[in-house]
Design a protein around this ligand. Structure first.
Ligand SMILES: [Zn+2]
Length: 343
C-alpha cells in the first residue's frame, strides 16, 4: 500500500494543564483513528526520536539545550506552552515522526505518509518554543527532505493559525516554498499578504489571510486561484502539509466555518498537484484541531483521501451562506506576489 501512517501512543504522555486545548485526549483520538486504519489492513508504524543533527538544521543550539533541560520536569515555556516530565521525549518523537515520513517517501518505500502527532510544530521558531509547539516538526521534515536530495520542498499550511515559525525559518530560502491559508488578523499576528519572503527567498512565502468566518467556498476559491497554481509553478520535489483542523466549524479556538468535507477536498487537491509535479510524494503532518469529534472526523477523511491508489476527485461542498472573504484574500495575495507567480 502506498500510504503509511506514523504515530505513537506515547503522544498522550505530553501533558498540558487542565483546560488547555492542546490536551492529551487529542492523542487518544489519533490512536483510535490509527487503530481503525490498521484494522482495514493499513500500515501503521511508531516513530524514532529526531536526532540532534536533524533538529539543528532548523533550530538554534541554545533552543535545543533549553529543551533538553526540561527533561523530567514541568515548566512553562511561554504563556501557552508547557512541558510535563515526559514532554521532552514526546516532542522528539513528534519531530522524529515527520522525519521518518520524509525518509519513507523520499526513499520510495511509500508514496504518501500521514503523521498523527503532538505536540504540534508550526509556531516553534528557530530559537524558541511558542504556541503549544516545541520543535517545528514540518520545518525539520523539510530540511531533512533537502538533505535526502529534494531540490525544492513545498510546505502548504491549512491550519487556522499562521505558521510563523515555518515562515521565519525559510523566508530567505528560495528552495522552500511556504504557502499558508489562515485566519487574519489572529494569533500569532503574522501572516499578512505582504509578507512574501526576503532576499533570494522573495516570493517563496505566500500568505492567504482570511477574515474570521471563512467558509468552504472561501477555501475553494483561494485554493483554486492561489494555492494550487503557485504550488504547480514551483514544481516541488515533495509536498509537505501542515494539516491543522482548527478552521473547522466545530473548533473552539478558530473562527472558521470549514466542514470535514472541505478538509478532504483540500487534501485531495494537494495530492493531485503532488501527482502531477513530483510522482505523488506527499507528507501530511498534523498541527492543531481542538474539537475532538472534528479532529477524528478530519483524520479519517484525510486517510480516505490518501489511502486509495487513484487520486480521488476533488469534491468541494457548497457553503450554505455567501461570503466574500475568499475573494478579498485572493485580491490581497495576488497583488503582493504578481511579479513572482502567474495567477
Ligand atoms: Zn492552529
Amino acid at each position: 500500500m502506498s500510504l503509511i501512517v506514523i504515530t505513537s501512543e506515547r503522544f498522550a504522555e505530553h501533558m498540558t494543564p487542565p483546560g488547555h486545548p492542546e490536551a492529551s485526549e487529542r492523542a487518544e483520538v489519533m490512536d483510535v483513528v490509527a487503530t481503525e486504519w490498521r484494522a482495514r489492513g493499513g500500515e501503521v508504524v511508531a516513530p524514532r526520536e529526531a536526532s540532534r543533527e536533524q533538529l539543528a538544521r532548523v533550530h538554534a543550539a541554545e533552543h535545543l539545550r533549553r529543551m533538553a533541560e526540561t527533561a523530567g520536569i514541568s515548566v512553562s515555556l511561554d504563556p501557552d506552552t508547557y512541558t510535563s516530565p515526559d514532554t521532552y521525549e514526546v516532542a522528539l518523537l513528534s519531530a522524529g515522526a515527520a522525519v521518518d515520513a520524509v525518509e519513507r517517501v523520499m526513499g520510495g518505500s511509500h508514496t504518501r505518509a500521514f503523521v498523527l502527532s503532538r505536540p504540534p510544530g508550526h509556531h516553534a521558531e528557530h530559537d524558541r518554543a511558542m504556541g503549544f509547539c516545541l520543535y517545528n516538526n514540518v520545518a525539520v521534515a523539510a530540511a531533512h527532505a533537502r538533505s535526502l536530495g529534494a531540490r525544492r520542498v513545498a510546505i502548504v499550511d491549512y491550519d487556522v493559525h499562521h505558521g510563523n515559525g515555518t515562515q521565519h525559518i525559510f523566508e530567505t530560502d528560495p528552495d522552500v516554498l511556504y504557502l499558508s491559508v489562515h485566519q487574519f488578523p489572529y494569533y500569532p499576528g503574522t501572516g499578512a499578504a505582504t509578507e512574501i519572503g526576503y532576499g533570494a527567498g522573495a516570493g517563496r512565502t505566500v500568505n492567504v489571510p482570511l477574515e474570521v468566518g471563512a467558509t468552504d467556498d472561501d477555501y475553494k476559491l483561494v485554493f483554486e486561484q492561489v494555492v494550487l497554481p503557485v504550488l504547480s509553478q514551483f514544481e516541488p520535489d515533495i509536498v509537505l502539509v501542515s494539516a491543522g483542523f482548527d478552521a473547522h466549524e466545530r473548533d473552539p479556538l478558530g473562527g472558521g466555518r470549514v466542514t470535514t468535507a472541505a478538509f478532504a477536498a483540500m487534501t485531495a487537491a494537494l495530492r493531485g498537484v503532488a501527482e502531477r509535479c513530483c510522482d505523488g510524494r506527499l507528507v501530511v503532518v498534523t498541527e492543531g484541531g481542538y474539537d475532538l469529534r472534528a479532529l477524528g472526523d478530519c483524520l479519517r477523511a484525510v486517510i480516505d483521501v490518501l489511502a486509495g491508489e487513484a487520486t480521488p476527485p476533488v469534491e468541494w461542498p457548497q457553503a450554505p451562506v455567501a461570503s466574500s472573504r475568499g475573494r478579498a484574500a485572493v485580491t490581497q495575495t495576488t497583488a503582493a506576489l504578481t511579479q513572482y507567480w502567474k495567477f
